[in-house]
Ligand binder design. Structure first.
Ligand code: GDP
Length: 446
């Protein structure tokens, strides 16, 4: 999905590449194009306007990081604004904060994928979250709607409420909650009736069922393919109901995606799930980060700029890397590393970011116990060493160790630990230098 917007933005930023700084003129020009692209992608006008002004605010005058081009920098700013607009770090999990059974009410227009999504979510809750789920169709209007849910229930192996002909939606809702309670279910999913378009009768009905069942979640199902109409639908539902989340279906077939961009802004509710196909397990949680990356199709640039903005002193890092490769990794280098680590959020943060680095983190922990608080101790130890000792840690005998421990307010044991950690790191650096990442991976048995 979203190919067209992504392509569009790519070519816009191509033009920005290689310029000297983020000047207002450049930014304004680029953002005019972004705005057109957003509108073409079916983003609601007020949402697009708001987006553009936010990006502009962030971009004009922004300091361009040394290692990236202005174009790349703008991409990062647009990316971050997209993530915000898509819902930031919203929690996609559903709430069950009530005495069971918790009611989850599904609302939306006919054909939006409501019944299918009901079964998909029920299956997910049952399989992943180990919830006992009961589904009930309150759709007494559309012929065979209740049977459709029963069939989906059989496929998904999720229980459905037995059908009793002639009951009103309200009666069915009550019966479902009762059955849920008696049967010891955690969740009762209520698939309400849809209409071809929004009318007062439909709104009155869903509002009534909402009042009767007091759901923990009211999920609005919208069809991504309908673009702006989906946004209008969401607006209408929001006027009458407290929508707690949105399920956007047919993401698998959507080339534009503007609706996803507008949805959060318009409803105030996060997109919790996306439907990615007709099959019963074709449901994903909605992840703004991933979606923004996909929209831009520039995940690599974004992470590059992120890394650069971590205040790494590149020249220093390069010099250190060269020395490391030669096995000349002394205590001053180690102290530099500590400083960088603290800047970047500690050892755990760095190693946690790199795939496959869990093992290395464990090794370092075992050798030196380099947790984040201890880093400060270790720095104190290093600064208590003489210049000579820092260059040549092998000089450290018992007497020197005692002196350094006293000087840094630590113990000889801690000094020993640091020296050992340094030796192991220097060793590893040397091997890394020889075999590059491959050599290190081999050494770590990966
Ligand atoms: P309802 O009237 O809102 O209950 O809609 P249905 O659940 O009956 O869905 C209508 C049609 O859309 C069915 O053919 C579904 O298989 C299909 N559908 C639902 N969700 C998705 C989806 O995420 N992707 C695709 N490709 N089809 C979907």
């Amino acid at each position: 999905m979203f190919e067209s917007l992504s392509d569009r933005l790519s070519s816009i930023f191509e033009g920005l590449r290689g310029r000297g700084a983020l000047e207002e003129k450049d930014v304004t020009e680029a953002l005019r194009e972004v705005r057109v692209a957003l509108l073409e992608a079916d983003v609601a006008l007020p949402v697009a306007k708001d987006f553009i002004s936010k990006v502009k605010e962030r971009a004009v005058g922004a300091e361009v990081l040394r290692s990236v081009t202005p174009g790349q920098q703008v991409v990062k700013i647009v990316h971050d604004a997209l993530v915000d607009m898509l819902g930031g770090d919203a929690d996609p999990s559903l709430s069950f904060a009530t005495t069971p059974p918790a009611a989850i009410m599904m609302v939306g227009l006919q054909g939006s994928g409501k019944t299918t999504s009901t079964a998909k979510i029920a299956l997910r809750l049952q399989k992943r979250d180990k919830k006992r789920v009961l589904m009930a169709s309150l759709d007494t209007r559309r012929p065979a709607a209740q049977e459709q849910l029963a069939i989906l229930g059989e496929q998904a192996e999720v229980k459905t409420l037995p059908i009793i002909a002639g009951q009103t939606p309200r009666d069915i809702a009550k019966r479902a909650m009762e059955a849920g309670k008696l049967g010891g279910f955690d969740v009762v999913m209520l698939d309400t009736a849809g209409r071809l378009s929004i009318d007062e009768q439909l709104m009155a009905e869903v509002a009534d069922i909402h009042k009767t069942t007091n759901p923990v979640e009211t999920l609005l199902v919208v069809d991504a393919l309908t673009g702006q109409d989906a946004v209008t639908t969401a607006e209408k539902f929001k006027e009458r109901l407290n929508i707690t989340g949105v399920v956007m279906t047919r993401i698998d077939g959507d080339a534009r995606g503007g609706a996803a961009l507008s949805m959060r802004a318009v409803t105030g509710a996060p997109i919790k799930f996306v439907g990615v196909g007709e099959k019963i397990d074709a449901l994903d949680t909605f992840e703004p980060e991933r979606m923004a990356g996909r929209i831009l199709g520039m995940g690599d640039i974004v992470s590059l700029v992120e890394k650069a903005s971590q205040e790494m002193d590149e020249a220093k890092a390069k010099k250190a890397a060269k020395k490391m490769a030669k096995g000349e990794f002394d205590m001053d280098d180690l102290a530099d590393q500590f400083k960088q680590m603290r800047k970047m959020g500690g050892m755990g943060a760095i190693l946690g970011l790199m795939p496959g680095m869990g093992k290395m983190k464990k090794m370092v922990d075992q050798a030196g116990g380099l947790d984040d608080k201890e880093i400060i101790h270790q720095e104190a130890i290093i600064s208590s060493m003489t210049k000579q000792e820092r260059k040549k840690p092998a000089l450290m005998n018992a007497k020197r160790k005692k002196r350094v421990a006293a000087g840094s307010g630590t113990s000889v044991q801690e000094v020993n630990k640091l020296l050992k950690a340094h030796r192991q790191m220097a060793d590893m650096m040397k091997k890394m230098g020889k075999g590059g990442m491959k050599g290190m991976a081999k050494q770590l048995g990966m």
